[in-house]
Design a protein around this ligand. Structure first.
Ligand SMILES: C[C@](O)(CO)[C@H](O)COP(=O)(O)OP(=O)(O)OC[C@H]1O[C@@H](n2ccc(N)nc2=O)[C@H](O)[C@@H]1O
Ligand SMILES: Nc1ncnc2c1ncn2[C@@H]1O[C@H](COP(=O)(O)OP(=O)(O)OP(=O)(O)O)[C@@H](O)[C@H]1O
Length: 289
């Protein structure tokens, strides 16, 4: 028996850090939304009791380091599942890019195995299990658009943001999320206006949304990698309405309303860096599987 599951990437329309917690994590306030750039996960039931990862991407581990493997193992152990699974990952989301590729693969495996292994769990239960794998996994279990708080695992659903294009551009570097958080000086944060971002989403106000994008990790990554700053400059130059780094980077995204502007930004960036995508925001939860 086989099952295909979609694992979409996310962008952070805003990312604020409130403080550093005693457990080493940071208390965050993030507006996240899924986009239609997705990995494809194929789950096949294995009669023998193994978890097998198949991936052709050389940056994706094919053992227990893979978050998709960890998701399957966690479900197997928690619910004493005697069956195995092979997990084939067709990687379309750039790796270590700030787009939650690994987290979304893990979330897709949780959703898929819930069906394949007939576990009968609901999304809230899967999201709680996902939090044991990583802070972004809970959001990825639901998809859509949400306010994420705590260390990122507390999810409150929001409506879909105003319709627009998203152009993503990733320089040829990978970024360690742990390293970026470690370098953040929480006493010197210029906080984005999360409330106004939420209002803009509720009111479908595109201009207000563009005015309120903000990410407190951006300066940390910009200071380390000047290519990220250059991509931001290029996106603005080609006419994106808003430009921001996603997550801990290094991917930069630009928002634009009009097709013609999207083409201009996309083509302009293609001449400048190797991985460029023009996608739509998926926006609401129910378009996942
Ligand atoms: C940057 C974001 O991707 C934005 O969505 C997330 O905040 C990070 O999510 P993630 O990659 O799933 O993060 P995890 O795998 O849980 O943690 C990786 C490392 O990032 C740091 N980390 C992560 C989340 C958080 N709220 N505070 C942190 O300080 C910790 O050092 C942790 O060891
Ligand atoms: N299924 C997976 N896909 C991609 N990378 C994975 C996967 N499982 C584990 N990894 C490891 O995780 C690291 C981070 O990759 P990932 O693409 O998830 O980062 P990210 O998009 O920056 O995540 P986030 O936005 O959640 O911080 C990679 O360098 C890779 O070694």
């Amino acid at each position: 028996m086989k099952l295909l599951v979609k694992a979409p990437a996310k962008i952070n329309l805003s990312l604020d850090v409130l403080n550093k917690r005693p457990d080493g994590y940071h208390e965050v306030e993030m507006i996240m939304t899924t986009i239609d750039l997705a990995d494809r996960i194929e789950l096949s039931l294995e009669e023998n009791d193994i978890i097998k990862i198949i991936s052709l991407n050389r940056f994706v581990p094919d053992d227990q380091r893979n978050l998709a493997y960890q998701a399957a193992k966690l479900l197997k152990d928690k619910f004493h599942v005697q069956k195995g699974v092979s997990i084939k990952i067709e990687k379309n989301i750039p790796v270590a890019a700030g787009l939650a590729g690994g987290s979304s693969d893990a979330a897709a495996v949780l959703r898929g195995l819930n069906k394949l292994w007939d576990l009968g769990l609901n999304l809230d239960q899967l999201a709680e299990i996902g939090a044991e794998i990583g802070s972004d996994v809970s959001f990825c279990v639901y998809g859509g658009t949400a306010l994420a708080t705590g260390r990122g695992e507390m999810i409150k659903e929001l409506p879909a943001p105003p319709i627009c294009w998203v152009v993503l551009a990733k320089p040829f570097i990978g970024v360690s999320t742990a390293d970026i958080y470690k370098r953040l000086d929480v006493s010197k944060i210029n906080h984005p206006n999360t409330k106004s971002m939420i209002d803009s989403i509720f009111h479908g106000d595109y201009d207000q949304m563009c005015e309120n994008v903000g990410n407190v990790l951006e300066d940390v990554t910009l200071n380390l990698y000047e290519e990220v700053a250059q991509i931001k400059d290029q996106m603005s130059k080609f006419g994106a309405d808003a430009v921001l780094m996603s997550g801990s980077g290094p991917t930069v995204f630009g928002l634009m309303h009009h097709d013609s502007r999207m083409h201009r930004v996309y083509n302009g960036l293609r001449g400048f860096c190797d991985q460029v995508f023009a996608v739509r925001i998926i926006g609401n939860r129910h378009s996942l599987d």
